[in-house]
Design a protein around this ligand. Structure first.
Ligand code: TMP
Length: 215
């Protein structure tokens, strides 16, 4: 009898501007994937490892955060990702897990490269160095109009906006446009979902877009 290979692991990243609803949708998708009988692992960026969570604190909650230059920000985000890939994501993929990642290297391309206006060549090089050969099989962009996303984060009952949530609307417009541009330039890897629908509608669109990859 031929040996049965374990199912191949898959990395699916979720991207979008603030208030796009990524975390809600990742939790919903994780339930669908579990029903397929597959191991599912969810991670968040920056963070997802002890070292990564410490880096997250420096980036988001540092009292000197307003003085942080864009280059430092780029290196911190990618450092947290380098750790996450080697400590968590690569071993999970080897086990055959489905990894759902709340942000991955496209966040750096868009936030630091496009919105912070850092040169694309070094950003791409550093991004690639940090992830090695671990690239998403598919990236879901949850696209919401900037105003709607900001309205949603203002309505969250939780604490005060963090450093990355205090940018002006032009910054988030650039983020949104950056994602859409990226999706246009690499249509094979991206699935753009209309995030202005209700949560059930978004869930349905994501699931129908991903079923082929996952089943
Ligand atoms: P979150 O709000 O999805 O937890 O993400 C944290 C913030 O960090 C969000 O404003 C996006 C930003 N970010 C970057 O600017 N570059 C990156 O590489 C990553 C992963 C996040």
């Amino acid at each position: 009898m031929p040996l049965k290979h374990p199912p191949a692991g898959k990395l699916i990243s979720f991207e979008g501007s603030e208030g796009s609803g990524k975390s809600t949708q990742i939790a919903r998708l994780a339930k669908h994937v579990q029903l397929l009988g597959r191991e599912v692992l969810t991670t968040r960026e920056p963070g997802g490892t002890e070292i990564g969570e410490q880096i997250r604190n420096i980036i988001v909650h540092n009292s000197k955060g307003d003085e942080m230059c864009a280059e430092t920000e780029l290196l911190l985000f990618t450092a947290a990702r380098a750790q996450l890939v080697r400590e968590v994501i690569a071993p999970a993929l080897t086990r055959g897990a489905i990894v759902l990642s709340d942000r991955f290297l496209d966040s750096t391309t868009v936030y630091q490269g496009i919105a912070r206006n850092l040169a694309s060549d070094p950003v791409n090089l550093i991004n690639q160095f940090a992830v090695g050969n671990v690239m998403p099989h598919l990236t879901v962009i949850i696209d919401v109009p900037t105003e709607l996303g900001l309205q949603r984060i203002r309505q969250r009952a939780s604490d005060l906006p963090d450093r990355m949530e205090r940018e002006n609307i032009d910054f988030y417009n650039k983020v949104r446009e950056g994602y859409l541009l990226l999706a246009k330039s690499l249509p094979g890897r991206f699935l753009v979902i209309d995030g202005s629908q209700n949560e059930d509608g978004v869930e349905k669109d994501i699931w129908s877009g991903l079923q082929k990859l996952l089943t």
